[in-house]
Design a protein. Structure first.
Length: 265
């Protein structure tokens, strides 16, 4: 079923320095969409104690939802819940696009998710790249060595994730977890029979900081990948591993090459 409406949901916790960049990029991506596809952008202010809300207020088309738990899973779920209540109608033609407030999406981000959704995907698992300004030059080169264009690694990132709203509801939505809520959702979607696409066509730029909002998130992944106290290259970074909630950066890539529909077993 063709998508008629896209809801972009962005959790934010004390991101006054980066959320403006994020929203400017999302706005640019939304302007690339066909005129008959409507867009609703929701920022979830999750226990913010800085000027994040003031920056978001500079974007009149963006709505806000406030949560106070400092829990990214609960924040994402609250944003999606608000967006779907506004979307109404048949949720099979509503698409939820997720990114993070510390990230910058490319202009073609929503257009590509729309293309894959209209081609039959229920879930799009996209790639991310750390901001090179946050890495040492040798870390940038090492990270590039783990990537093969046209062969998405299948890692699940809330900063570049899309899901059909009807499939989201069937799978139970984001769990109220402080981390790996994105992986948990994709595991549940796979179990529910959703058609999953892994794609690296639109790479999202995300913060390369080492102190993230959740200890096991992307910041923790980069810390493990590039231990500053151990400069030797890390071996075997791109080994396929099972996709589980306990192994958020692994995936079964046996049935995938490029952006290909993968039917759940």
């Amino acid at each position: 079923m063709s998508v008629r409406h896209i809801a972009v949901v962005i959790p934010a916790r004390d991101e006054e320095d980066l959320v403006g960049r994020c929203l400017a990029s999302v706005s640019a991506a939304a302007h690339r969409l066909p005129a008959d596809v409507s867009v609703d952008v929701v920022v979830v202010l999750d226990g913010c104690q800085d000027g994040t809300a003031d920056v978001v207020a500079c974007f009149p088309a963006v709505r806000t939802v406030v949560t106070r738990g400092g829990n990214v899973g609960r924040a994402r779920a609250a944003g999606v819940r608000s967006a779907l209540a506004r979307a109404g109608g048949d949720l099979a033609d509503v698409w939820v696009a997720c990114t993070d407030a510390d990230s910058e999406v490319p202009d073609g981000w929503l257009v590509e998710q729309l293309r894959l959704a209209d081609a039959g995907a229920d879930v799009v698992v996209g790639t991310v790249r750390p901001d090179p300004r946050d890495l040492l030059p040798e870390e940038v080169e090492q990270w590039r060595g783990t990537r093969v264009p046209g062969r998405p690694n299948g890692h699940v990132h809330g900063a570049n994730l899309g899901v059909r709203a009807s499939s989201y509801v069937t799978a139970g939505g984001f769990a109220p977890r402080r981390e790996h809520e994105d992986v948990g959702l994709v595991v549940a979607l796979h179990a529910a029979g959703a058609r999953i696409v892994a794609s690296d066509v639109v790479d999202v730029l995300t913060s390369g900081r080492r102190e993230g909002r959740s200890p096991g998130g992307y910041a923790g992944y980069l810390t493990a990948l590039f231990p500053r106290t151990a400069p030797d290259p890390v071996v075997g970074l791109d080994r396929p591993r099972p996709l589980t909630a306990d192994d958020p950066h692994g995936t079964d890539r046996a049935a995938r090459s490029g952006a290909v529909l993968v039917a759940a077993d």
